[in-house]
Design a protein around this ligand. Structure first.
Ligand SMILES: *[C@@H]1O[C@H](CO)[C@@H](O)[C@H](O)[C@H]1NC(C)=O
Ligand SMILES: *[C@@H]1O[C@H](CO)[C@@H](O)[C@H](O)[C@H]1NC(C)=O
Ligand SMILES: *[C@@H]1O[C@H](CO)[C@@H](O)[C@H](O)[C@H]1NC(C)=O
Ligand SMILES: *[C@@H]1O[C@H](CO)[C@@H](O)[C@H](O)[C@H]1NC(C)=O
Ligand SMILES: *[C@@H]1O[C@H](CO)[C@@H](O)[C@H](O)[C@H]1NC(C)=O
Ligand SMILES: *[C@@H]1O[C@H](CO)[C@@H](O)[C@H](O)[C@H]1NC(C)=O
Length: 344
């Protein structure tokens, strides 16, 4: 009721002063995207004064970004849950129809954290002076899983002399079985936050044929494709290769140089890419297991369900000790949960 009244007043004001209303292209030439610096959008607003009736135009490619109006709390924490409004088609024109502070962010995971967020302070239109608009009732976002627990990277026991990298949650670092690596650990598979790179993550790790890479990401937000050429990897060209879209994506390694990227436009160029060298099976006992034919680039269990229940190649060669397999299956889910808590 009150909101309707305010909107009506604001509309009248906007109509009355339509000649004075200004239209702003958010970010100017930058548009609405992951900015090169986190301060880019606050920098853009500094020096500008917005008034009721003004229009913000968020220019972006549909599918690559979104515009969500959120509460200050969610703005500060980059929480896209329960937005006040959400626009997924670009370009998006948003009328500043009420006075007060307005908060916008992109809901694509990682984007807000990388600086794709905008706060504007809107003053009442000159002629009318509606009481400072009370912030719209917060649609009470679902309680986010409290203080995100620090992921405990080390499962159960780890015989110390093993050369397991400190940051790798690889379960069962026994030298007989294949290792499972969670790509990026708690960061998961996303546009890397500043200060993080997948090459750094991989630097001190040794990858052997038969080891498994797990790419954790919200299905739909990213994908994974294995490229065969360094040139394609260097240029972020995933043309002609079918990506794995269901998460978590598990890839069993074969020997050689491997190149992985996300084919969502802009993501690889923003650093969502990983290349590793995989050594042959000679060093570890060549488990009788994974037939090399099904390994490598097409590990997706065809169906889109992330449930590891699908039969077929996955269940065929159980290692001698079944415990690591269970741990390997449960761990990605744990990290997926952490990843979700992280982003939402
Ligand atoms: C902010 O703007 C100032 C001047 O307009 C510029 O010198 C500075 O580099 C900008 N900073 C960022 C992070 O864009
Ligand atoms: C914004 O206001 C203009 C007129 O001021 C109107 O034509 C347009 O439909 C409005 N857009 C939205 C998204 O409400
Ligand atoms: C918005 O303007 C009001 C009134 O001028 C002020 O109290 C408030 O601090 C401003 N908010 C921001 C984020 O600048
Ligand atoms: C890799 O190992 C070297 C020394 O062995 C160490 O200085 C460096 O910090 C390690 N890098 C990472 C990313 O762990
Ligand atoms: C990307 O790769 C495809 C297939 O290899 C090739 O046809 C195309 O020319 C490449 N595009 C660029 C921009 O290099
Ligand atoms: C893989 O090994 C080749 C040759 O030893 C080297 O040129 C390349 O930089 C390595 N790549 C990575 C990602 O370590």
């Amino acid at each position: 009721m009150l909101k309707m009244l305010l909107v009506t007043v604001a509309s009248l004001a906007a109509t009355f002063h339509s000649s004075m209303a200004e239209t702003y292209d958010v970010g100017d030439a930058l548009g609405w995207t992951i900015p090169p610096s986190r301060a880019a959008y606050s920098n853009w607003t500094s020096g500008k004064s917005f008034a009721v009736g003004d229009v913000l135009v968020f220019k972006f490619t549909t599918g690559m970004h979104t515009v969500a109006k959120v509460t200050k709390t969610n703005f500060d924490s980059c929480n896209p849950a329960g937005p006040i409004s959400l626009t997924t088609n670009g370009p998006a024109s948003i009328n500043l129809s009420t006075a007060g502070e307005h908060y916008f962010l992109c809901t694509i995971p990682g984007h807000c954290d990388a600086g794709q967020k905008l706060a504007v302070n809107v003053s009442a239109a000159p002629s009318t002076s509606p009481a400072p608009a009370p912030p719209p009732a917060t649609p009470s976002p679902p309680p986010v899983a409290e203080p995100t627990p620090v992921p405990t990277p080390e499962p159960t026991s780890s015989p110390s002399p093993s050369p397991a990298p400190k940051t790798s949650p690889a379960p069962a670092p026994s030298k007989t079985g294949p290792k499972t690596y969670i790509v990026g650990d708690s960061v998961g598979w996303t546009i890397p936050p500043s200060g993080f790179s997948y090459q750094t993550w991989a630097r001190n790790k040794t990858f052997n044929a038969g080891d498994i890479l797990v790419f954790n990401f919200p299905t739909g937000a990213h994908d994974v494709v294995a490229l065969t050429s360094k040139a394609a990897y260097d240029s972020c060209n995933g043309t002609g290769v079918t990506p794995i879209t269901a998460a978590p994506a598990r890839i069993t390694l074969t020997a050689g140089e491997k190149y992985y990227i996300c084919t969502v436009p802009g993501h690889c160029l923003a650093g969502q890419k990983l290349s590793i060298n995989v050594t042959g099976t000679a060093s570890t006992s060549p488990a009788p297991g994974p037939s090399p034919t099904s390994g490598g680039t097409t590990p997706s269990p065809s169906s889109g369900t992330p449930a590891p229940s699908s039969p077929g190649a996955a269940s065929a060669p159980p290692p001698p000790n079944s415990a690591p397999t269970i741990a390997g299956a449960a761990l990605p889910l744990t990290f997926l949960a952490v990843a979700f808590a992280f982003f939402y």
